[in-house]
Design a binder for this molecule. Structure first.
Ligand code: GLC
Length: 783
């Protein structure tokens, strides 16, 4: 019938020609300075340049008019008062802080950013900043042969992203998580470039769908967005660690997590009844396998309605939770954003009556199908909705719950696009806009609502939040797990660069589902993965409905014993790890690091995907393939001591190391030290005894680190209740000098001294503690 109408010649029936025309920002027509912002009026738009600190400069292009400088969801700090020298040059302008020099040519507008020693960081060539009539904005930058690219948040594939085109659009990907599977759940439009040992960064603060293209051309890369402004920050470096500090200065740092959240988590989709949960926990206790957290996945709820418990499967949640607490275990419950459409369900009623759900412009609530069936989605872009959502969590905190797991918050919807219609409106605190613009921050804002709500209701205790989706800055609210991986060796391998790149993207508290989520795990894979998990920042074993159960005892005593050893090892290393978490919260430096972070001058580390570092002195080189008991390990300069055998290996080259299933190669750098506790029992996880293991180095080596301790669960550290010990190890020909350089804070731990053990002490070497020679028993006394 329709074919009899003009529909027969509908233009949509023919494919239109693909025409991509970028309009360059053009020549500078006028230059103006206002409130420390430099505005360049150009033929086709306007560019604002603003120094945030001496080493961070923001560039914002708006093709329609004056750039908006106050619309970020990620950047909280205001620009500092930076001293900038301005020079008008023949061909343009120069703006100079103590760390950055910007050269701007005016015909056309082109920007070059140099560091204080004159190295070019970011340069534009024939193409610079541009846009398309459909609203796309794009920046082209020159790419040098020596450039390596890292960060980009949660990405599959290898560490170095040169040669890739990456997309940011939070997406629920159940399968397959292949090296080319992109995008995933998190969008962190940020990267670090490493070039001949020097690093700089770019944070492209745009919440639309964005792309980073290091693939299409050999001498130029680009970043682009489907809409919004071209708004980016150049971070000066010059070392990878500096870039990370600069990036996290902008987007924030992780608060110190509660210590229990850094312990071992056991999860399953789902433990379906209170009895099952009790049984699982009892198994851990009986088998002396440490357990801090058990997760309740969606089956705990009444028909998947958030803020409910199923009354038959979980009849007395308070009782269950307090009994588990007495066994040293906390409960973390999953909370998804979808609120079931059900006229008799209080949360839904309240959300509708108070107008809290996302709606179309015409006024109809948007409904999408998720676990509970048709559901409405809170509009987290509104402050009052975040408050309401946060308050709902008293349902959990009243029952003794201190941790929440936010899932499906891309938001995931069971439809073709996998998410909410992009034309759904968000009220966005008075600047209404569509989901197309705010999709990538939906999960971040849900996390903010949850974290802040929990924090209020926990009255001084630290909440824990685990989230699947997020945007730049997600570290301020939560820990991130990498979603629905599978029980494949390849996914164990891929989790290493993924977690390292997340760490390089400012998110230090991350980890994959240990053992693999979907597909059946097998004993060897689970064992090897548990070994790695003991050292990844977030450590949770989780598996999916319909696949084998994978608690550490499921495959017999042989494997169980190894997993017990490594899960206990997590607690032995807790003092070291906790100090690194503290450091991450202060500086943004990740707990788990690629080697390039510590050895940026060593090109062999630039794409090292199968080893990682914990802090600045420990290398973990796990076995990542089946039936394998030997692997090559690259050790950078210095001497390295095997944690299990004490053997000393010379750095600057690769070694073949042997590791039976019961062993994972770990190396400590000579000349440094690590702090360790002792595994006691599930009830008494906080080490009552600490030992400093010192690995003497070459004469003249000096190593300094900060040991951090506090009560592990409150915010009392913010008002001085912490202990920081600044320890220095000096290696000399005939002595090892261990000194407590400084002690800060007024927290009194359970121990009053730290044992010092020297590993590999030479016969002629004596140990000095705080300048005094000691004989066989060495101790550092805490004042
Ligand atoms: C999603 C999550 C997974 C969870 C499942 C059921 O697939 O990624 O971790 O177990 O939903 O809630």
């Amino acid at each position: 019938m329709l074919e009899d109408t003009s529909f027969a010649i509908h233009p949509g029936k023919e494919k239109q020609k693909d025409v991509v025309v970028y309009r360059d920002i053009g020549d500078v027509t006028q230059y103006e300075k206002k409130d420390h912002v430099y505005f360049f009026h150009c033929e086709n738009g306007m560019v604002a340049i603003q120094f945030y600190t001496d080493s961070i400069v923001r560039v914002t292009m708006n093709q329609h008019g004056r750039p908006a400088l106050d619309q970020s969801y990620a950047v909280d700090p205001k620009p500092e008062a930076v001293k900038v020298m301005e020079n008008a040059e023949a061909a343009g302008y120069e703006l100079k802080s103590s760390a950055l020099t910007l050269h701007i040519t005016s015909r056309p507008f082109r920007l070059t950013v140099l560091d204080q020693s004159g190295h070019t960081l970011v340069a534009e060539g024939e193409r610079g900043m541009a846009y398309r009539e459909n609203g796309e904005v794009i920046a082209f930058k020159q790419m040098e042969a020596a450039d390596y690219f890292y960060g980009f948040g949660e990405k599959s594939g290898h560490l170095n992203k040169r040669g890739e085109k990456l997309e940011m659009w939070n997406t629920d990907v159940y399968a397959p998580h292949n090296p080319e599977t992109d995008p995933l759940y998190e969008s962190i439009p940020y990267f670090m470039t490493l070039r001949n040992g020097r690093a700089h960064g770019i944070f492209f603060d745009n919440t639309y769908r964005t792309f980073f293209d290091m693939k299409s051309e050999t001498d130029q890369y680009s970043f682009q967005a489907e809409g919004g402004q071209l708004d980016y920050y150049v971070l000066a470096g010059p070392k990878p660690k500096d870039v990370l500090k600069q990036y996290t200065h902008l987007t924030g740092r992780m608060p110190i997590p509660p210590k229990w959240a850094i312990g071992y988590h056991q999860s399953r989709y789902s433990y379906e009844t209170a009895e099952e949960v009790r049984e699982v926990v009892q198994h851990f206790i009986d088998k002396d396998i440490p357990l801090d957290v058990i997760h309740l996945d969606i089956h705990y709820m009444d028909g998947y309605r958030v803020f409910t418990f199923d009354k038959e499967r979980f009849p007395e949640p308070e009782k269950l939770i307090s009994e588990l607490r007495e066994q040293g275990v906390r409960v973390v419950t999953i909370v998804d954003p979808g609120v079931k459409r059900d006229a008799e369900y209080a949360t839904y009623q309240e959300g509708v009556q108070s107008d809290y759900f996302c709606k179309y412009v015409e006024g109809d609530i948007y409904f999408g199908e998720v676990w509970p069936g048709m559901s409405a989605f809170p509009d987290f872009t509104e402050e009052k909705v975040r408050e309401w959502w946060g308050k709902q969590h008293s349902f959990y905190t009243d029952k003794g719950i201190e941790g929440i797991w936010n899932d499906m918050n891309e938001p995931a919807v069971f439809n073709e696009t996998k998410t909410m219609d992009v034309e759904v409106m968000h009220r966005n605190d008075g600047r209404p806009t569509t989901h197309r613009e705010l999709h990538n921050v939906y999960g971040l804002l849900m996390g903010k609502a949850t974290y802040e709500g929990m924090k209020k209701q926990l009255h001084g205790k630290r909440p824990f939040l685990l989230t699947r989706a997020g945007y730049a800055g997600v570290q301020k609210y939560g820990s991130v797990w990498t979603g629905d991986n599978r029980s494949f060796w390849e996914h164990l391998q891929m989790s290493l660069p993924m977690v390292m790149n997340l760490g390089l993207s400012g998110v230090p508290f991350t980890g994959p589902d240990v053992g693999g989520f979907a597909h059946d795990t097998n004993p060897e894979l689970l064992t090897r993965w548990t070994q790695v998990g003991a050292f990844t920042p977030y450590f949770r074993n989780h598996s999916a409905i319909g696949f084998l159960y994978q608690e550490p005892w499921q495959f017999g005593e042989k494997y169980e014993a190894i997993m017990r050893k490594y899960i206990q090892m997590r607690y032995v290393w807790m003092p070291q790890l906790y100090s690194l978490f503290h450091k991450a919260s202060k500086t943004g430096l990740p707990v788990m690091r690629p080697l390039l972070m510590e050895f940026p001058e060593d090109e062999k580390t630039y794409n090292l995907n199968d080893q990682f570092m914990i802090g600045d002195n420990v290398i973990i080189a796990p076995i990542l393939t089946p039936s394998t008991t030997d692997r090559a390990v690259y050790l950078p300069k210095g001497n390295w001591v095997s944690y299990s055998t004490g053997e000393v290996l010379t750095g600057g080259k690769a070694h073949l190391v042997h590791a039976e299933l019961a062993d994972m190669p770990i190396f400590i750098k000579q000349g440094t030290a690590i702090m360790q506790g002792k595994w006691q029992s599930n009830l008494d996880k906080l080490a009552a005894e600490q030992t400093l293991y010192v690995y003497p180095g070459q004469a003249g080596d000096k190593y300094r680190f900060t040991f951090y301790e506090d009560d592990g669960e409150t915010f009392a550290y913010e008002t001085g209740s912490y202990l920081e010990l600044e320890i220095e190890i000096a290696s000399m020909e005939d002595t090892i000098d261990v000194r407590l350089i400084d002690q800060r804070g007024d927290f009194k731990p359970a121990y009053s001294e730290i044992k010092v053990e020297v590993i590999g002490q030479k016969a002629e070497q004596k140990v000095m503690i705080n300048g005094v020679l000691t004989d066989s028993v060495h101790r550092l006394t805490i004042a």
